[in-house]
Design a binder for this molecule. Structure first.
Ligand SMILES: Cc1ncc(COP(=O)(O)O)c(C=O)c1O
Length: 390
């Protein structure tokens, strides 16, 4: 083969390959939707992992196609321009400048950077307890003990008053998770706006909105406060949850230019990969899919929670894609029973709520199965006599 023919051949082969690949992935995505209908036989998919709040439907078909194309065409290239394009598109989406956006290898990278940049032994992160553990963990790696403020007993929400007091004492960084993982509780517009206004100068507030899109139109996003120029605020979002791209690792945060610049120097160079960038851009564009995901999640949540109610199992009403429940026994008993009897992997232990367990919302079939295993569990007088070794 001469040089030209070779090149033509490679281009043709690549095109054909891409067509097959994209056709496959779009088809797979459609199948995924069907796979998760109520009629699905769950026995083929054991274990059922309901511990990480992943979207059971996966991303929209366009995102899968875009990612496949990017793998095929751009795997050998660093993703320079596409990074900037995604930053611009996210900025446009929220009415911000791209200098106010920073992309991360998932939201987690941005939470780590915020801890590294804004916290020290004298300025510990002030966090709710329990809350998503990233800040506590990354501060711990640097021997910084986070200031943990127990959630309020009446509604399992953040105790904002006590967090504010702590901010005056430590001048640290305040981490709010809204809606909160693991409680599923949301902080409303008035309370969060007033809180951010009252935070002393020099204290940064990081608001993690990883599950914001699940809440619906009545959610007040702190992106609004970034847009109106709040000087001390970072809002973190992710493509891992409702957009269904946890495996491709794209997150972002927004804040004023100065804060974003301070954080940007600490990101890993080329922290976002070609497939993730392409998929995230396509996913952001398809807000119809996102709305569909939100509605599906809402239906599954209502179905699951009415099942829990019928079984007499307590749960905290959730605005998210998971439910924190208490079957009246220890986490160890519930977790082991679900796993050993139902091949269900539920969330890890929450030390401050030892009788609770968090279950991610999977497909309707998954949740049906969880309810039937919980029904057996509830009927046991003592799970230690169930034949299951706990
Ligand atoms: C509240 C919260 N923030 C951040 C993350 C991390 O998301 P990512 O996959 O974007 O790193 C998670 C993941 O479960 C989460 O629950």
């Amino acid at each position: 083969m001469n040089q030209l023919k070779r090149r033509e051949f490679i281009t043709l082969a690549a095109g054909a390959g891409a067509a097959v690949l994209t056709g496959c992935t779009a088809e797979k995505s459609r199948q995924t939707l069907l796979d998760h209908s109520l009629a699905e036989p769950v026995k083929n998919r054991f274990p059922i992992v309901l511990s990480s709040n992943e979207n059971p439907f996966g991303p929209c078909p366009e995102a899968l196609e875009a990612a496949s194309r990017a793998v095929f065409n751009s795997s050998h290239l660093y993703a320079r321009e596409k990074r900037d394009q995604l930053s611009r598109e996210i900025a446009d989406f929220y009415g911000l400048n791209s200098s106010e956006i920073l992309l991360g290898c998932g939201a987690i990278e941005l939470l780590k950077i915020a801890t590294d940049v804004f916290c020290s032994a004298r300025k510990p992160p002030i966090i709710s307890y329990p809350v998503y553990e990233a800040m506590d963990y990354y501060a711990g790696l640097r021997y910084i003990g986070a200031e943990r403020i127990p959630v309020k007993t009446e509604d399992a929400g953040h105790d904002l008053m006590r967090m504010l007091e702590a901010a005056y004492r430590y001048e640290g960084l305040i981490y709010l998770c809204n809606p909160c993982n693991p409680t599923g509780v949301t902080i409303g517009k008035e309370r969060i706006t007033e809180f951010i206004d009252l935070v002393p100068e020099g204290v940064i507030v990081v608001v993690d909105e990883a599950y914001a899109e699940y809440v619906g139109t009545d959610f007040f996003s702190c992106m609004n406060l970034v847009r109106s120029g709040a000087p001390n605020l970072i809002v973190v979002r992710t493509f891992s949850k409702i957009y269904g791209l946890a495996g491709l690792r794209v997150g972002y945060c927004a804040g004023n230019e100065e804060l974003i610049r301070a954080m940007a120097g600490h990101r890993l160079w080329n922290n976002i990969n070609q497939a993730g960038l392409a998929a995230a851009r396509a996913a952001l564009e398809n807000q119809t899919w996102l709305e569909k995901m939100r509605r599906e999640n809402e239906l599954t949540k209502n179905y699951f929670c009415s099942g829990l109610k019928e079984l007499g199992i307590d749960y905290i009403p959730s605005s998210t894609s998971f439910v924190l429940m208490s079957a009246g026994r220890s986490w160890e008993e519930t977790h082991s029973y679900l796993y050993l009897k139902g091949s269900i992997v539920a969330g890890r232990k929450i030390p401050s709520l030892p009788g609770h367990i968090r279950i991610s919302l999977g497909s309707r079939g998954d949740m049906n199965h969880v309810l039937s295993v919980l029904k057996d569990f509830q009927s046991l007088s003592d799970p230690k006599n169930s034949g299951v070794v706990i």
